[in-house]
Design a protein. Sequence first.
Length: 311
Amino acid sequence: MNAGNPNRRDGTPVRAIAFYLPQYHRIPENDEWWGLGFTEWTNVRRAEPNFPGHGQPHVPADLGYYDLLDPDVRMRQAELARSHGITGFCYYYYWFEGRRLLEQPLDAVLASGSPAFPFCVFWANEDWRRTWDGGRNEVLVAQRYSQEDDRAFIRTLLPAFRDPRYIRVLGQPLLLVYRCDTLPDAIRTFDTWRAVCIEAGEMPPFIVKADTPGGGTPLEVGADASVAFPPHRHRAIWLNGVVAGLDPAFEGVLTSYRSQVIQSLRRAVGRERLLRCVFPSWDNTPRQPTRGTVFVGSSPELFGYWAEAMI
Protein backbone atom coordinates (compact mmCIF):
# COMPACT_ATOMS: atom_id res chain seq x y z
CA MET A 1 0.00 0.00 0.00
CA ASN A 2 1.16 3.52 -0.68
CA ALA A 3 2.02 5.82 2.19
CA GLY A 4 -0.70 8.23 3.22
CA ASN A 5 -4.29 7.62 4.20
CA PRO A 6 -6.07 5.11 1.93
CA ASN A 7 -9.35 6.06 0.27
CA ARG A 8 -12.40 4.16 -0.86
CA ARG A 9 -13.45 4.26 -4.51
CA ASP A 10 -15.79 7.17 -3.72
CA GLY A 11 -12.86 9.14 -2.33
CA THR A 12 -13.83 8.98 1.34
CA PRO A 13 -10.94 8.15 3.65
CA VAL A 14 -10.46 4.84 5.44
CA ARG A 15 -8.99 4.88 8.93
CA ALA A 16 -6.58 1.94 9.06
CA ILE A 17 -6.05 0.91 12.69
CA ALA A 18 -3.38 -1.58 13.76
CA PHE A 19 -3.90 -3.97 16.68
CA TYR A 20 -1.18 -3.27 19.25
CA LEU A 21 0.16 -6.05 21.49
CA PRO A 22 1.90 -4.46 24.51
CA GLN A 23 3.81 -7.54 25.69
CA TYR A 24 7.19 -6.19 24.64
CA HIS A 25 8.32 -5.13 28.09
CA ARG A 26 8.95 -6.95 31.35
CA ILE A 27 6.39 -7.32 34.12
CA PRO A 28 6.79 -9.16 37.45
CA GLU A 29 4.02 -11.64 36.60
CA ASN A 30 5.73 -12.81 33.42
CA ASP A 31 9.05 -13.07 35.25
CA GLU A 32 7.35 -15.39 37.73
CA TRP A 33 5.35 -17.47 35.24
CA TRP A 34 7.74 -17.76 32.30
CA GLY A 35 11.20 -16.92 33.61
CA LEU A 36 13.25 -13.85 34.42
CA GLY A 37 13.23 -11.27 31.64
CA PHE A 38 10.38 -12.79 29.64
CA THR A 39 8.70 -10.68 26.95
CA GLU A 40 7.16 -11.61 23.61
CA TRP A 41 10.68 -11.29 22.18
CA THR A 42 11.59 -14.41 24.17
CA ASN A 43 9.21 -16.40 21.98
CA VAL A 44 10.35 -14.64 18.81
CA ARG A 45 14.03 -15.38 19.43
CA ARG A 46 13.55 -19.08 20.22
CA ALA A 47 11.55 -19.86 17.06
CA GLU A 48 12.88 -22.48 14.66
CA PRO A 49 11.80 -23.45 11.13
CA ASN A 50 9.52 -26.47 10.78
CA PHE A 51 10.04 -26.90 7.03
CA PRO A 52 12.35 -25.57 4.28
CA GLY A 53 11.44 -21.96 3.55
CA HIS A 54 9.64 -21.46 6.86
CA GLY A 55 10.47 -17.87 7.81
CA GLN A 56 11.60 -18.49 11.37
CA PRO A 57 13.10 -17.01 13.40
CA HIS A 58 11.53 -13.74 12.30
CA VAL A 59 14.07 -11.01 13.04
CA PRO A 60 12.66 -7.49 13.55
CA ALA A 61 13.89 -4.85 11.12
CA ASP A 62 13.38 -1.12 11.64
CA LEU A 63 13.04 -0.97 15.43
CA GLY A 64 14.92 -4.11 16.49
CA TYR A 65 14.13 -5.95 19.73
CA TYR A 66 12.60 -2.87 21.31
CA ASP A 67 11.35 -2.21 24.85
CA LEU A 68 7.95 -0.53 24.96
CA LEU A 69 8.86 1.30 28.17
CA ASP A 70 11.23 3.44 26.07
CA PRO A 71 9.34 6.59 24.96
CA ASP A 72 11.59 6.93 21.92
CA VAL A 73 10.46 3.49 20.74
CA ARG A 74 6.80 4.46 21.02
CA MET A 75 7.49 7.67 19.09
CA ARG A 76 9.31 5.79 16.32
CA GLN A 77 6.48 3.23 16.12
CA ALA A 78 3.97 6.01 15.51
CA GLU A 79 6.17 7.63 12.88
CA LEU A 80 6.65 4.31 11.09
CA ALA A 81 2.93 3.55 11.20
CA ARG A 82 1.96 7.00 9.96
CA SER A 83 4.41 6.84 7.07
CA HIS A 84 2.73 3.64 5.85
CA GLY A 85 -0.89 4.79 6.00
CA ILE A 86 -1.80 3.54 9.49
CA THR A 87 -3.98 6.11 11.25
CA GLY A 88 -4.16 4.70 14.78
CA PHE A 89 -3.26 1.97 17.26
CA CYS A 90 -5.74 -0.29 19.05
CA TYR A 91 -4.13 -1.27 22.37
CA TYR A 92 -4.88 -4.65 23.88
CA TYR A 93 -6.26 -3.91 27.35
CA TYR A 94 -6.00 -6.53 30.09
CA TRP A 95 -8.45 -6.04 32.98
CA PHE A 96 -9.25 -8.66 35.62
CA GLU A 97 -11.66 -7.37 38.28
CA GLY A 98 -9.64 -4.21 38.76
CA ARG A 99 -6.26 -5.81 38.15
CA ARG A 100 -4.52 -4.65 35.00
CA LEU A 101 -1.60 -6.29 33.23
CA LEU A 102 0.78 -4.93 30.56
CA GLU A 103 -0.72 -1.51 31.22
CA GLN A 104 2.47 0.56 31.31
CA PRO A 105 2.81 1.49 27.59
CA LEU A 106 -0.74 2.83 27.31
CA ASP A 107 -0.55 4.56 30.68
CA ALA A 108 2.67 6.25 29.59
CA VAL A 109 1.03 7.41 26.35
CA LEU A 110 -1.84 8.91 28.35
CA ALA A 111 0.37 10.54 30.97
CA SER A 112 2.90 12.02 28.55
CA GLY A 113 0.59 13.07 25.70
CA SER A 114 3.11 11.47 23.34
CA PRO A 115 3.17 10.29 20.65
CA ALA A 116 0.56 12.52 19.02
CA PHE A 117 -1.04 9.53 17.34
CA PRO A 118 -4.68 8.33 17.53
CA PHE A 119 -5.50 5.27 19.63
CA CYS A 120 -8.33 3.19 21.06
CA VAL A 121 -8.70 0.17 23.37
CA PHE A 122 -9.50 -3.51 22.81
CA TRP A 123 -10.51 -5.39 25.97
CA ALA A 124 -8.85 -8.82 25.67
CA ASN A 125 -11.21 -10.45 28.17
CA GLU A 126 -9.86 -13.99 28.29
CA ASP A 127 -8.31 -15.95 31.13
CA TRP A 128 -4.53 -16.03 31.02
CA ARG A 129 -3.52 -19.69 30.90
CA ARG A 130 -0.32 -21.70 30.89
CA THR A 131 -0.55 -23.10 27.39
CA TRP A 132 2.35 -21.60 25.42
CA ASP A 133 4.92 -24.07 26.70
CA GLY A 134 2.77 -27.13 26.04
CA GLY A 135 2.28 -27.64 29.75
CA ARG A 136 -0.77 -27.68 31.97
CA ASN A 137 -3.81 -25.64 30.97
CA GLU A 138 -3.46 -23.87 34.30
CA VAL A 139 -5.36 -20.60 34.83
CA LEU A 140 -2.85 -17.91 35.76
CA VAL A 141 -5.32 -15.01 35.99
CA ALA A 142 -9.06 -15.68 35.83
CA GLN A 143 -11.64 -13.39 34.26
CA ARG A 144 -14.69 -12.88 36.48
CA TYR A 145 -17.66 -10.62 35.85
CA SER A 146 -20.18 -8.66 37.89
CA GLN A 147 -22.33 -5.55 37.54
CA GLU A 148 -19.98 -3.73 39.92
CA ASP A 149 -17.03 -4.71 37.76
CA ASP A 150 -18.86 -3.52 34.63
CA ARG A 151 -19.07 -0.05 36.16
CA ALA A 152 -15.50 -0.10 37.48
CA PHE A 153 -14.11 -1.17 34.11
CA ILE A 154 -15.70 1.62 32.09
CA ARG A 155 -14.85 4.26 34.68
CA THR A 156 -11.16 3.47 34.33
CA LEU A 157 -11.45 4.19 30.60
CA LEU A 158 -13.04 7.63 30.98
CA PRO A 159 -9.65 9.44 31.13
CA ALA A 160 -8.63 7.69 27.90
CA PHE A 161 -11.93 8.58 26.22
CA ARG A 162 -11.37 12.25 27.14
CA ASP A 163 -7.94 12.28 25.54
CA PRO A 164 -8.13 14.28 22.27
CA ARG A 165 -6.21 11.50 20.49
CA TYR A 166 -8.82 8.86 21.30
CA ILE A 167 -10.50 7.46 18.15
CA ARG A 168 -14.20 8.18 17.79
CA VAL A 169 -16.95 6.90 15.51
CA LEU A 170 -19.96 9.19 15.06
CA GLY A 171 -18.57 11.19 17.99
CA GLN A 172 -18.48 8.12 20.26
CA PRO A 173 -15.26 6.65 21.71
CA LEU A 174 -14.39 3.40 19.92
CA LEU A 175 -14.22 0.41 22.29
CA LEU A 176 -13.54 -3.16 21.11
CA VAL A 177 -14.31 -6.37 23.04
CA TYR A 178 -12.81 -9.77 22.24
CA ARG A 179 -15.01 -12.48 23.81
CA CYS A 180 -18.65 -11.43 24.09
CA ASP A 181 -19.59 -15.10 24.51
CA THR A 182 -17.92 -15.18 27.94
CA LEU A 183 -19.92 -12.23 29.29
CA PRO A 184 -22.85 -13.44 31.44
CA ASP A 185 -25.13 -10.79 29.91
CA ALA A 186 -23.44 -8.77 27.19
CA ILE A 187 -26.46 -6.54 26.61
CA ARG A 188 -26.58 -5.61 30.30
CA THR A 189 -22.83 -4.99 30.39
CA PHE A 190 -22.89 -2.73 27.34
CA ASP A 191 -25.95 -0.83 28.57
CA THR A 192 -24.15 -0.28 31.88
CA TRP A 193 -21.10 1.08 30.07
CA ARG A 194 -23.26 3.49 28.09
CA ALA A 195 -25.13 4.68 31.17
CA VAL A 196 -21.92 5.30 33.16
CA CYS A 197 -20.43 7.31 30.29
CA ILE A 198 -23.54 9.43 29.89
CA GLU A 199 -23.69 10.07 33.65
CA ALA A 200 -20.06 11.23 33.45
CA GLY A 201 -20.84 13.64 30.63
CA GLU A 202 -19.21 11.46 27.97
CA MET A 203 -20.71 10.09 24.78
CA PRO A 204 -21.58 6.38 25.07
CA PRO A 205 -18.90 4.13 23.57
CA PHE A 206 -19.21 2.79 20.04
CA ILE A 207 -18.89 -0.89 20.97
CA VAL A 208 -17.37 -3.31 18.46
CA LYS A 209 -17.26 -7.04 19.16
CA ALA A 210 -14.64 -9.31 17.64
CA ASP A 211 -16.22 -11.63 15.08
CA THR A 212 -15.40 -14.94 16.75
CA PRO A 213 -17.38 -18.19 16.52
CA GLY A 214 -20.11 -18.32 19.12
CA GLY A 215 -19.94 -14.60 19.82
CA GLY A 216 -23.28 -13.72 18.25
CA THR A 217 -24.12 -10.83 15.96
CA PRO A 218 -23.81 -7.21 17.11
CA LEU A 219 -27.61 -7.02 17.38
CA GLU A 220 -27.76 -10.18 19.51
CA VAL A 221 -25.23 -8.92 22.05
CA GLY A 222 -26.11 -5.23 22.02
CA ALA A 223 -22.99 -4.01 20.24
CA ASP A 224 -22.83 -1.38 17.52
CA ALA A 225 -20.71 -3.36 15.05
CA SER A 226 -18.33 -6.28 14.75
CA VAL A 227 -14.78 -6.50 13.48
CA ALA A 228 -13.44 -9.40 11.44
CA PHE A 229 -10.72 -11.07 13.48
CA PRO A 230 -8.92 -13.50 11.18
CA PRO A 231 -7.92 -16.27 11.30
CA HIS A 232 -11.18 -16.79 13.24
CA ARG A 233 -13.77 -18.24 10.81
CA HIS A 234 -11.04 -19.41 8.42
CA ARG A 235 -11.74 -22.82 6.87
CA ALA A 236 -8.29 -24.36 6.85
CA ILE A 237 -6.85 -25.89 3.68
CA TRP A 238 -4.79 -28.79 5.01
CA LEU A 239 -1.28 -28.48 3.60
CA ASN A 240 0.66 -30.62 6.07
CA GLY A 241 0.81 -33.52 3.63
CA VAL A 242 2.04 -31.51 0.64
CA VAL A 243 4.71 -29.23 2.14
CA ALA A 244 8.04 -30.94 1.51
CA GLY A 245 10.40 -31.47 4.41
CA LEU A 246 7.89 -30.82 7.20
CA ASP A 247 9.33 -31.78 10.60
CA PRO A 248 7.70 -35.10 11.61
CA ALA A 249 7.32 -33.74 15.15
CA PHE A 250 5.09 -30.91 13.95
CA GLU A 251 1.49 -31.49 15.09
CA GLY A 252 0.08 -28.10 14.16
CA VAL A 253 -1.63 -26.86 11.00
CA LEU A 254 -0.22 -25.57 7.74
CA THR A 255 -2.91 -23.79 5.76
CA SER A 256 -3.13 -21.48 2.75
CA TYR A 257 -2.77 -17.71 2.99
CA ARG A 258 -4.24 -17.36 -0.49
CA SER A 259 -7.29 -19.31 0.67
CA GLN A 260 -7.68 -16.92 3.61
CA VAL A 261 -7.70 -13.98 1.18
CA ILE A 262 -10.26 -15.64 -1.09
CA GLN A 263 -12.54 -16.57 1.81
CA SER A 264 -12.41 -13.01 3.10
CA LEU A 265 -13.22 -11.54 -0.30
CA ARG A 266 -16.14 -13.94 -0.85
CA ARG A 267 -17.68 -13.58 2.59
CA ALA A 268 -21.34 -12.58 2.45
CA VAL A 269 -21.84 -9.84 5.01
CA GLY A 270 -25.47 -8.95 4.32
CA ARG A 271 -26.65 -5.95 6.32
CA GLU A 272 -24.28 -6.53 9.22
CA ARG A 273 -21.99 -3.63 10.12
CA LEU A 274 -18.65 -5.43 9.86
CA LEU A 275 -15.30 -3.70 10.05
CA ARG A 276 -12.81 -5.49 7.82
CA CYS A 277 -9.44 -6.83 8.96
CA VAL A 278 -6.35 -8.12 7.14
CA PHE A 279 -3.02 -9.57 8.23
CA PRO A 280 0.25 -9.66 6.27
CA SER A 281 1.19 -13.14 7.52
CA TRP A 282 0.30 -15.54 10.33
CA ASP A 283 2.53 -17.89 12.27
CA ASN A 284 2.21 -18.58 16.00
CA THR A 285 4.85 -21.30 16.17
CA PRO A 286 7.09 -18.96 18.22
CA ARG A 287 4.52 -19.49 20.99
CA GLN A 288 3.69 -23.11 20.17
CA PRO A 289 6.70 -24.54 18.30
CA THR A 290 5.20 -27.90 17.26
CA ARG A 291 1.47 -27.16 17.63
CA GLY A 292 1.06 -23.76 16.02
CA THR A 293 -0.72 -22.60 12.87
CA VAL A 294 1.19 -21.33 9.85
CA PHE A 295 -0.37 -19.66 6.82
CA VAL A 296 1.81 -20.68 3.88
CA GLY A 297 2.26 -18.55 0.78
CA SER A 298 1.94 -15.02 2.12
CA SER A 299 3.68 -12.24 0.23
CA PRO A 300 3.71 -8.44 0.21
CA GLU A 301 1.95 -8.47 -3.15
CA LEU A 302 -0.88 -10.74 -2.01
CA PHE A 303 -1.28 -8.80 1.22
CA GLY A 304 -1.43 -5.55 -0.74
CA TYR A 305 -4.11 -7.00 -3.02
CA TRP A 306 -6.18 -8.12 -0.02
CA ALA A 307 -5.85 -4.79 1.79
CA GLU A 308 -6.80 -2.81 -1.31
CA ALA A 309 -9.82 -5.05 -1.92
CA MET A 310 -11.01 -4.58 1.65
CA ILE A 311 -10.70 -0.81 1.31
